[in-house]
Design a protein around this ligand. Sequence first.
Ligand SMILES: Nc1ncnc2c1ncn2[C@@H]1O[C@H](COP(=O)(O)OP(=O)(O)OP(=O)(O)O)[C@@H](O)[C@H]1O
Length: 261
Amino acid sequence: MSVLAVSGLNVRGDRALVSDLSFTVDAGERLGLIGESGSGKSLTALASVGLLPAGLTASGSVRLGAAEVVGASDRVLNTVRGRAAAIVFQEPLTALDPLMRVGRQVAAPLRRFGAVRGRALRAAVLDALAEVRLDDPARIARAYPHQISGGQRQRVAIAMALACRPALLIADEPTTALDVTVQAEVLSLLDGLVRDRGMGLLFISHDLAVVSKVTDRVIVLEHGVAVERGVLTDLLRAPQHPYTQALVTAARQLDTALEWS
Ligand SMILES: Nc1ncnc2c1ncn2[C@@H]1O[C@H](COP(=O)(O)OP(=O)(O)OP(=O)(O)O)[C@@H](O)[C@H]1O
């Protein structure tokens, strides 16, 4: 069953930003959306949950769980956001309130979706922080976002996204702002959590090497248009579109450079 079904999606501002895009993500399936900066990846993610910025409009169809997102009211969207899909953004501070202790922030979705209170809620917060492999969850829960590292903040953002038990996790460049070692740890964390929970994953990145670590199937976006799609290993072996060929060559060159460094 599809947890997300996008069909003929168009996003427009004063020009076409995403054009006639169609794809599905089934439960337990991982789809990578790859393309350079400005290719429409984030807008696709935002349109999928009905969060396009003001001034942009979507047409076509986005079915998220049981709801049609395109044209839906906020009332309808609020019933699916969080539960049907949760998003992790590149910059974890987007998801975190700088003035609120981490524990209270993680508690909010747990209270809302898990209906737990009091001591059980405090225990659930610590469990959620431990699940994203944060050492000393009690200390992290007491901290303000600026008192923990970028990697720890991204783990907290992941814990908050997962607290709603979403059927689909949308991860928009979740490791781009992190240094390479932390990046690898967070990718392996995401990989394990998605597998354990049987969630669908829509993983967005400009980096083919990163996408190849967590997804099996990819769509290549160029100027808002899907120019190639397929199983990642096939695409790496025999990219068809010139743009995909350029992405694969660039990733190989980087790999070779790293091997030699
Ligand atoms: N609020 C907006 N109003 C007008 N145009 C926008 C708006 N947001 C994004 N765009 C344009 O839409 C296009 C796609 O943007 P999008 O953020 O989806 O790209 P992206 O592939 O996610 O890139 P990046 O990796 O840099 O985030 C870009 O040309 C961008 O300038």
